[in-house]
Design a protein around this ligand. Structure first.
Ligand code: SAH
Length: 215
């Protein structure tokens, strides 16, 4: 998701208390930001932040960090948070490539990937957020008892992700469905902006949960 450039969005983000501009300084110290030892859950590519904001409202005992690479989108999440002032929610404008510079090993309890860019061309497969470019980064920052939850409406990306994770010995596919909204896995599901848009067009929603392999 890339919106037209919004003049001044960089300055708003730089000056917000809810957004980290130098997140590498927080590596290993995110609990200090939240002033408690609650688990830290992150969403990578949160877009306008509806999903993570709703989670943060519902689960005050969990700390949430929304990650997004474009300020033109992140500013929409920030505007909501400036009104809500949730103590358990903050944002980082960054590229997922830098995850290991921002989080220490095991610092994250759960990773959400929602409607990640499909990069449909074969030659771009390494850019997909469920490719083997990124799975090792997630493995490093994730608590060994944590999990990764991935939703998409894109069948090609879903099949690629199942195959990639299935062949990677570091990951175990715990559960998956090809029709989340008509499956027990969808109980308590929180919709993202893209999910609402695509499911209202009749597209099924796919979801998988991955966990780090044991032993
Ligand atoms: N999760 C939201 C938005 C999905 S669109 C929803 O479901 O509604 C995918 C989002 O991921 C876009 O906003 C895009 O800017 C962001 N994104 C893509 N690649 C990224 C990367 N490498 N690092 C951080 N964000 C990324």
């Amino acid at each position: 998701m890339r919106l037209r450039n919004i003049p001044g969005s960089d300055e708003v983000i730089e000056n917000s208390l809810f957004c980290y501009n130098t997140p590498t300084e927080m590596r290993g110290k995110w609990s200090g930001h939240f002033r408690n030892n609650a688990p830290i859950h992150i969403e990578i590519g949160m877009g306008k932040g509806r999903f993570i904001t709703e989670l943060a409202m519902k689960n005050p005992g969990i700390n949430y960090i929304g990650i997004e690479k474009y300020s033109s989108v992140l500013i929409r999440a920030l505007e909501k948070q400036e009104d809500l002032q949730l103590l358990n929610l903050c944002f980082i404008r960054m590229n997922a490539d830098d995850l290991c510079k921002v989080f220490a090993p095991g610092e994250v309890g759960r990773i959400y990937l929602n409607f990640s860019d499909p990069w449909p061309k074969d030659r771009h497969y390494k850019r997909r957020l469920t490719s083997n470019t990124y799975l090792p980064l997630y493995k490093e920052i994730l608590n060994p008892n944590g999990c990764l939850e991935f939703k998409t409406d894109n069948e090609g990306l879903f099949d690629f992700s199942l195959e990639t994770a299935g062949q990677n010995p570091d990951w175990t596919i715990l559960q998956y469905t090809r029709d989340l909204h008509n499956d027990p896995m969808g109980q308590g599901n929180i919709m993202t902006e893209y999910e609402e848009k695509f499911s209202s067009r009749g597209n099924p929603i796919y979801k998988m949960i991955l966990v780090p392999s044991k032993g």
